[in-house]
Design a protein around this ligand. Structure first.
Ligand SMILES: [Zn+2]
Length: 206
């Protein structure tokens, strides 16, 4: 089911098309209707105490004004946003880069990587982020189990041979993320792995 869109224009075009086309594949998970969708406004993410950014839009399976839906709402997201996470793909990918692919002599701790990525003074969510990423490993592997590995042009490729990870307490996670970028053909020099993952697989990254 489509949930992530590269741009707001694509998202809005998709919603408009729902009203005029028979989207039999976009089925309400609660009542199985496919023709009662209506736009239900923007959803926002706060950037600071006095500013916010668009994270996506809500749809409603309408049960109003004679419509036969169930009234449940459904969220569509921009691929750059991670559902249920305050920060977006930009920060989460920075966290991954700092933690796993920091090529300096002094590896980042989990707390340092979190603070580098988010600019937050308090790193209390750092280990929660790592746990979220670790909990996705079964999904990453299930999605790409049958796909042949492809050597993509990315910064991770040189680190996937299994020879340099013994000093890294997150070696398994590091290798898995590197393999994920290869399977997605994601050039991590120029593209955000989290965004690419969400757009290609239509699953949230964490
Ligand atoms: Zn419904």
């Amino acid at each position: 089911m489509t949930r992530f869109f590269a741009t707001l224009q694509q998202l809005e075009h998709f919603i408009r098309a729902l009203r005029w086309q028979n989207h039999s594949t976009f089925i309400c998970p609660h009542c199985s209707s496919c023709d009662q969708w209506f736009s239900h406004g923007f959803q926002y993410k706060p950037l600071s105490i006095d500013s916010q950014t668009i994270a996506g839009k809500r749809l409603i399976c309408s049960n109003r004004h004679g419509h036969s839906g169930c009234g449940h709402t459904f969220r569509l997201y921009l691929s750059t946003r991670i559902p249920h996470l305050h920060y977006g793909c930009a920060q989460f990918f920075s966290f991954i880069l700092a933690l796993f692919f920091n090529n300096t002599d002094l590896p980042c701790t989990v707390e340092q990587a979190y603070q580098l990525a988010t600019g937050a003074n308090n790193p209390r969510h750092a280990w929660r982020w790592l746990a979220k990423l670790r909990s996705q490993l079964p999904l990453f592997r299930s999605l790409f189990f049958d796909r042949p590995a492809v050597v993509a042009n990315n910064t991770f490729t040189a680190s996937t041979d299994g020879t340099e990870h013994t000093d890294n307490p997150h070696s398994l996670l590091k290798v898995s993320v590197a393999q994920l970028s290869q399977q997605l053909h994601c050039d991590t020099n120029t593209h955000n792995l989290c965004t690419v993952f969400q757009h290609q697989t239509q699953n949230r990254f964490v």
